[in-house]
Design a protein around this ligand. Structure first.
Ligand code: ARG
Ligand code: ZN
Ligand code: CA
Length: 249
């Protein structure tokens, strides 16, 4: 503790129409949500779960690009492609997307229409550098609580999908471990659960305990989520601290 890590972020916006070319203000609203959620300064933080913590991880838009020049931390590219799927084509200039900035120095986020009802997806630590980072559909990137005129879609309009995806990027699994009661998320202070929760059923019991539906790594609505735990913090910090695979960030 007492050691706050700031991760530089580059956002690559790839758009097929003006709506998908989300504003700088909408992008900034997402950075604000990430910082509030990871530092536990989110207005909806409560005392329901005593293991909720400030992860001491925060984010900033990059101010220097890979060539050493000043940057806004945002790149923009128009494309004739209307949906990108999940095969990582958006991460390759050769495939019509935008290749990542050095993934050992920047958290790359691509904002483009994924399609197929997919809000976002992320690569776990230890994967290929060429595809490392987070992909988000534009209508789930940012928060309608932090501005008006943004292109966002309720009930996933408060920026929590990106908070969730960055959790995966920092090695967190879904809170139910993607399996039944016998499958773990490798975090001891998140209660075992037998599957995802949708909506916001805060009294749902599975595996003989109340599910932590307010956790960012469940599938609850954005307005329901408000915490990471001490155990999740330790798991994320392990990849960022000395010896961790994302140490160079
Ligand atoms: N489906 C996405 C994933 O598994 C994220 C869902 C995020 N949920 C939310 N309430 N924003 O990575
Ligand atoms: Zn997920
Ligand atoms: Ca657990």
């Amino acid at each position: 503790t007492g050691n706050i890590i700031t991760i530089p972020v580059v956002v690559h916006v790839i758009y097929n129409n003006s709506q998908e070319n989300i504003s700088d203000a909408q992008i900034q609203s997402q950075l604000d949500v990430l910082n509030e959620d990871f530092r536990r300064t989110n207005a909806d933080a409560d005392n329901r779960w005593s293991q909720a913590v400030d992860t001491e991880i925060q984010f900033c838009l990059a101010t220097v690009d890979p060539n050493g020049n000043a940057t806004t931390g945002i790149t923009r590219k128009s494309s004739t492609r209307t949906a990108w799927g999940t095969n990582d084509a958006m991460k390759s200039t050769a495939q019509g997307g935008v290749s990542p900035w050095n993934t050992s120095e920047y958290l790359n986020m691509w904002v483009c229409n994924i399609g197929g009802g997919i809000l976002g997806y992320a690569q776990f630590p230890g994967g290929s550098a060429a595809t490392d980072g987070v992909v988000m559909s534009p209508q789930y990137f940012g928060s309608s609580a932090k501005g008006s005129g943004f292109y966002l879609s309720a009930p996933f309009d408060l920026g929590r999908t990106t908070t969730h995806e960055v959790g995966h990027y920092l090695n967190l699994r879904h809170i139910w471990g993607d399996g039944g009661c016998g499958v773990d998320d490798f975090v001891s202070d998140t209660p075992t659960s037998d599957g995802p929760n949708y909506g916001c059923d805060t009294t749902h019991v599975s595996c003989a305990s109340t599910d932590m539906v307010q956790n960012y790594m469940d599938y609850s609505d954005d307005s329901c989520m408000n915490l990471y735990t001490a155990g999740q913090k330790a798991r994320m910090r392990a990849v960022l601290d000395v010896g961790g695979v994302r140490r160079s960030l």
